[in-house]
Ligand binder design. Structure first.
Ligand code: PDD
Length: 289
């Protein structure tokens, strides 16, 4: 079946899905995005992802080009037309098309909206979760507003590629003080030998993950102790386990960092438990396909 994309008001076949060369997203990275999981034909945590999208937009003094209810309709319709039951939905809003100039266009322009859907191979993700993944560290050289989910992802792109080149699955950014900020496309966690879950608090130095927020809720429900503070690479090496969270991977055990074993070198019980519980606590939308 051919894929369909939603582009500025129209559902079009993928090969015909184009944006203008003077779209400010293309020329200046002037836009924001969201990624939401599709599981068993339903959207996962859509409400929170759309809330975060609105926040990102407002930080850039942008607005949605359509009403939130219309956007929800478009999202469901794009999933329906692609008949994807397990995968992800990607939304991107850019400031729109205008003659290239760094400042905002003088005349109000309509933001551009693109929605795409992609199937994911769940068995591959499950296999990774069963084995645990390796991460490397890279200096966090990003700007200090990474709390906004902008499409300007060059440091993340380079970090992920470096991880790939090293045979690892993700890169964890480390700040100038030696503390882990987050993953290239995920949030980072450790579990101490006392069983305390540690993750960095929300600030301008990380993207507050929706998966992270749900994982904190699960931990509290299970009466696990969560400490929101920065942790160093040394603490990762001394931890009993580590894991990362993201919409596409939910809770993913991390078994090594820079090729050095974490804990037993196998996925730990806390990460496994959070992973099992995840879809019982996340908000599951209505069945679309
Ligand atoms: N990325 N931090 C960064 C830098 C991210 O890019 C992401 C998600 C997260 C986790 O956020 P959430 O739990 O809401 O997915 C944290 C998505 C999946 C992406 O860029 O593909």
């Amino acid at each position: 079946m051919s894929r369909i994309a939603y582009v500025n008001g129209q559902y079009v076949p993928f090969r015909e899905a184009h944006v203008h060369i003077e779209d400010r997203g293309y020329q200046l990275g002037d836009g924001v995005y969201e990624v939401c999981e599709i599981r068993n034909g339903s959207l996962v945590d859509e409400r929170r992802h759309l809330q975060r999208l609105e926040r990102s937009l407002s930080e850039l003094r942008m607005t949605l080009p359509l009403a939130p209810s219309a956007l929800r309709f478009v999202m469901e319709e794009t999933v329906r037309r692609n008949r994807v039951r397990d995968g992800l939905i990607y939304l991107q809003v850019t400031r729109g098309v205008a003659r290239r100039d760094h400042g905002f266009p003088e005349q109000a322009i309509k933001p551009a909206l693109v929605v795409t859907v992609r199937a994911l191979d769940r068995s591959k993700i499950e296999a990774n979760a069963g084995a645990g993944i390796a991460v490397i560290t890279v200096p966090d050289d990003r700007w200090d507003r990474v709390d906004i989910k902008t499409i300007g992802l060059l440091p993340n792109v380079l970090a992920r590629q470096k991880a790939k080149d090293a045979g690892a699955k993700d890169a964890w950014f480390v700040d100038a003080e030696g503390f882990v900020t987050e993953g290239a496309a995920s949030n980072a966690w450790i579990v101490t030998h006392d069983g305390v879950l540690v993750t960095r608090p929300s600030s301008n130095r990380i993207l507050t993950g929706i998966t992270m927020t749900v994982a904190k809720e699960i931990a509290l429900r299970l009466q696990m102790k969560v400490e929101e503070r920065a942790f160093s690479v040394q603490e990762v090496l001394a931890a009993s386990e580590a894991f990362l969270t993201s919409a596409t991977q939910t809770v993913m055990p991390v078994i090594s960092i820079d090729r050095r074993k974490i804990g037993s070198g196998k996925p730990g019980p806390v990460a496994k438990r959070l992973r099992e519980e995840f879809h019982r606590v996340a908000e599951i939308g209505r069945k679309i396909v």
